[in-house]
Write a protein that binds this ligand. Structure first.
Ligand code: CA2
Length: 145
């Protein structure tokens, strides 16, 4: 059975590969999407990969995931550090959510050490670049079985 998985990306992640390769790697978001689709196929997932710079759009997509998807992998970008709205949205849905970050947020500025959504997700993966996305999908495989 093929399950749909939402892979959601927050603000500024559309800029990946263009700047700050030392922190985020040289890959573009499009190439990460391609890798997610390839692994998704292997795992029996149909990947719905999206990015928005707008907090409310991410909230709407989390609600939509509860209707249409078996699980969510989310890189909330900087909203992960600030957004009570994302916390509440994730808390309100029944499907499993995995938080991920490309960089190791704990090895960076103090303001990145706190995640507002960490208490309401199944697990958090960070610091592994593109592999953070792929490991989140592998975790969702187990979580949705
Ligand atoms: O490490 C991650 O994946 C982050 O979620 C990325 C966010 C950052 O605010 C989080 O603390 C950690 C920022 C994404 C911005 O990406 C850029 C890419 C290229 C140039 C500038 C920003």
């Amino acid at each position: 059975m093929t399950r749909q998985i939402f892979v959601l990306n927050g603000p500024n992640l559309n800029l990946l590969g263009q700047r700050e390769p030392g922190i985020y790697g040289a890959l573009s978001l499009a190439s990460i999407e391609t890798a997610c689709r390839a692994l998704g196929e292997e795992l029996g997932f149909q990947i719905d990969f999206r990015q928005s710079n707008h907090e409310g759009v991410l909230v709407d997509w989390i609600h939509e995931a509860n209707e249409k998807a078996a699980g969510v992998a989310i890189n909330p970008g900087a909203y992960g550090h600030t957004s009570i709205a994302l916390h509440d949205a994730i808390r309100a849905i029944a499907v499993p959510v995995v938080e991920l970050h490309l960089s190791n947020i704990h090895a960076r500025e103090a303001f990145r050490h706190k995640s507002m959504i960490a208490p309401v997700v199944k697990g958090v993966i960070c610091g592994l670049g593109q592999d953070s996305y792929l490991l989140a999908l592998r975790a969702l495989k187990t979580l949705t079985e």
